[in-house]
Ligand binder design. Structure first.
Ligand SMILES: [Zn+2]
Length: 255
């Protein structure tokens, strides 16, 4: 299932979907062994519309920051509700500039409802496409729609050094690398929400992952403006966060 329809696809919002995501958080855990040595921040872009890989990456680089782009190769070049998605050329250029190109399945698969075999096959297809494009094997993964079940979590966890969901939270010692939390810089309240989590992460010396989708002056409900992204990065720099791609933050916390 993809989001390339007029009406965006949503994860299962029923009580069963919510219960499944909560149950998944208790299953197949891989706790982070050590506390972050200082407050850390990662900036991520899901689905990677061109506005993220162009303008978003430029804003990061103006601050000397590298980001993580969770890409579903099956969406490349397609027009989605948040804009046209990036293609091989964009990803290769970003990787060459030190950004992380991470996995978001091939087809933007709902891993909450897929079988373990389907999820594994879709992820292998994405990795094959990355390799054919000349990209390294992806190390980080984000569940499309943040949705996951215990069976797909257990099937995908061995393939990646971290797997990220969409539930809000800070990351520290004991947090599950197989279902990391993240906070959205998306929608009208996104900037204020992200800033409040930055403050919490700073005071708790925690690691925070922020995510968005498109970066444009009239963003979709899942995106943010260039100004909001720039202000948040300026604040994070002033708060002396160590800002690094998800892959590098995981390496820092797992040795
Ligand atoms: Zn997505």
């Amino acid at each position: 299932m993809t989001v390339d329809q007029d009406t965006p696809y949503h994860a299962d919002g029923s009580i069963f979907g919510k219960a499944r995501r909560r149950l998944s958080r208790l299953a197949h855990r891989r706790p982070i062994p050590i506390a972050p040595p200082r407050a850390m921040l990662s900036i991520s872009f899901d689905d990677a519309p061109l506005t993220a890989t162009n303008l978003g990456a430029d804003i990061l680089e103006a601050h000397g920051i590298k980001g993580t782009f969770y890409a579903a190769a099956g969406l490349s070049g397609k027009t989605e509700p948040m804009g046209t998605c990036a293609d091989q050329e964009d990803y290769v250029r970003l990787a060459g500039r030190g950004h992380e190109i991470a996995c978001h399945t091939y087809s933007h698969l709902d891993c909450g409802r897929a079988s373990a075999e389907a999820a594994r096959g879709d992820v292998e297809r994405n990795a094959s496409r990355f390799l054919a494009w000349g990209l390294p094997m992806p190390q980080s993964f984000a569940y499309p729609f943040g949705d996951v079940s215990p069976r797909t979590k257990s099937a995908l966890a061995p393939e990646f050094t971290s797997l990220r969901g969409l539930h809000k939270g800070l990351i520290g010692r004991g947090t599950d690398l197989n279902q990391l939390p993240a906070v959205g810089m998306e929608g009208q309240a996104g900037e204020a929400m992200a800033r409040s989590w930055l403050t919490r992460a700073r005071s708790g010396s925690a690691w925070l992952i922020l995510y968005t989708h498109d970066v444009q002056s009239q963003p979709s409900p899942w995106g943010c403006t260039p100004e909001a992204l720039d202000r948040l990065l300026t604040d994070a720099m002033a708060m002396e966060f160590e800002i690094l791609p998800v892959r590098d933050a995981v390496a820092r916390l797992t040795g």
